[in-house]
Design a protein around this ligand. Structure first.
Ligand code: DAT
Length: 182
């Protein structure tokens, strides 16, 4: 199996507060750049990566070891098959640094995020918590603490034009990465 340190295609993590556009952007990146999309939230649900339930918060507790083992196998396989990965998740500190070459932290204006989270059916508490996290740039700080700051890119994700521009920027970056690493 290919050593992951010798990857010939780049891996990208798209992160940010719920509702900023991670899944939509990652799907577009996967389609346009020929990357394998890993929606981490879906993997957690499909494989029941749960370690009990937090009744107070009414959420499952994440079984990180199970998730990371599953994802490690996917990263190994894609590296062996010469396919780059775009993963999306609302947190980033749990992943090994070596997995990713670029961390995109998407940001949305509060009024836009409010509408998206309302449309998603979030209750007032959950919506407020997430809006506050976005305003306090919690995920951006987490990314800067968890990865080399040079690979962390903060990008606006308010409009379809933003998404297009972000994807095209990534395309140029990925092409350069391949040139530099092969
Ligand atoms: P996330 O994965 O961050 O939770 P999403 O990709 O599911 O967010 O997007 C939430 C909603 O907002 C969805 O209806 C698509 C829309 N959306 C996301 N990014 C957008 C953008 N840059 N411009 C317009 N709509 C966007």
């Amino acid at each position: 199996m290919a050593d992951e340190t010798e990857r010939r295609r780049p891996n990208i993590l798209v992160t940010g507060t719920p509702g900023v556009g991670k899944t939509a952007t990652a799907a577009m990146l996967a389609e346009r750049l020929g990357l394998q999309h890993i929606n981490v939230g879906d993997i957690i649900k499909q494989h029941k990566c749960y370690d009990g339930h937090d009744d107070a918060l009414d959420t499952h507790i994440l079984d990180e070891d199970k998730l990371l083992d599953l994802m490690e196998a996917m990263f190994q396989k894609c590296a062996a098959d010469n396919i780059g990965i775009v993963a999306d998740y609302h947190s980033c500190e749990l992943f090994p640094e070596r997995w990713f070459d670029l961390i995109l932290v998407l940001r949305a204006n509060t009024t836009i995020l409010f509408d998206r989270l309302t449309e998603r059916g979030y209750n007032d508490n959950k919506r407020s918590e997430n809006m506050e996290a976005e305003i306090m740039q919690v995920v951006l700080d987490e990314a800067r603490e968890s990865y080399d700051v040079d690979i962390v890119q903060e990008l606006p994700s308010n409009t379809k034009e933003d998404m297009e521009a972000n994807v095209e920027r990534c395309r140029a970056w990925a092409e350069q990465w391949v040139k530099d690493n092969t």
